[in-house]
Ligand binder design. Sequence first.
Ligand SMILES: Nc1ncnc2c1ncn2[C@@H]1O[C@H](COP(=O)(O)OP(=O)(O)O)[C@@H](O)[C@H]1O
Ligand SMILES: CC(=O)N[C@@H](CCC(=O)OP(=O)(O)O)C(=O)O
Length: 299
Amino acid sequence: MTDLPDLPDVHTQAETLVQALPHMQRYDQEIVVIKYGGHAMGDAAAAEDFAEDVVLLEQSGVKPIVVHGGGPQIGRMLEKLGIKSEFAAGLRITDKATVDIVEMVLAGAINKQIVGTISAEGGKAIGLCGKDGNMVVARKVTRTVVDPDSNIEKIVDLGFVGEPEKVDRTVLDAVLKAELIPVLAPVAVGHDGATYNVNADTFAGAIAGAMRAKRLLLLTDVPGVLDKDKNLLPELTVEDCRRLIADGTITGGMIPKVETCIYALEQGVEGVVILDGKVPHSVLLELYTDHGAGTLIRR
Ligand SMILES: Nc1ncnc2c1ncn2[C@@H]1O[C@H](COP(=O)(O)OP(=O)(O)O)[C@@H](O)[C@H]1O
Ligand SMILES: CC(=O)N[C@@H](CCC(=O)OP(=O)(O)O)C(=O)O
């Protein structure tokens, strides 16, 4: 028989609650957008921890909005179906066959899985994507990339990849008023009625901006923004972020993430945090403790 771990005594629990109270009041009735990245989604136990945090937030008076990713999961499904997947400037080149799979994996499988886990933890969630109620209308994206062989810049047609042009709050306002937790897949509609695949960080930034969220939390698989020696940078300004991108400290998938943070701050979001979603209860630790978790980015 294994020994049970020591449980915090009643005094420790009370102390924890007293410390958390001012933080809880700060977020009361405020919108917090949580982007749950594909890499942050661990095993079933980790998904339950995440759902538990979201439910607890809602029960303490916060209005959480979950935006999820699913890049690795889309990749695995495309591989299973023998469809080649390519990226340009961090975005998945998305032809017609690919966009159908993207929608199936994001708005179908992952979205409903998260809704189910939140329900199992005692919450009431509603799964939607940007197409519902014209919530997110996207315009087609093109990117210029430098060909590594010739060093010549070329324009890449990314197919059905979009970026949010307009966010309509109507559906989200109604859902929050009904005390439901919105869980959003980053799939949007174009002016032409077509389905567009949107990077989940970008989608979350647009939602946080339009909803004037108090906080945007981006959950990933690293502790936050790291310096060149891989130490966590707990707090950064927009100016620091621009310098770290320019000097090559911030690269790859962290670039769109930090750019999203800058965009959200410019839209009036008060603070944006990049944190490790694989750490149990990272959302509660960030919002309800003095030390927080991850990297806080401010104006
Ligand atoms: N300075 C940095 N600090 C932390 N991570 C960085 C940095 N520069 C690049 N990265 C990379 O960015 C990745 C996070 O981006 P990404 O893989 O797109 O996350 P997600 O799938 O959660 O959206 C990290 O796993 C890391 O490899
Ligand atoms: C255009 C584009 O690249 N879209 C992403 C959407 C999912 C996503 O962003 O998921 P993560 O947050 O898990 O990376 C993709 O197809 O992978």
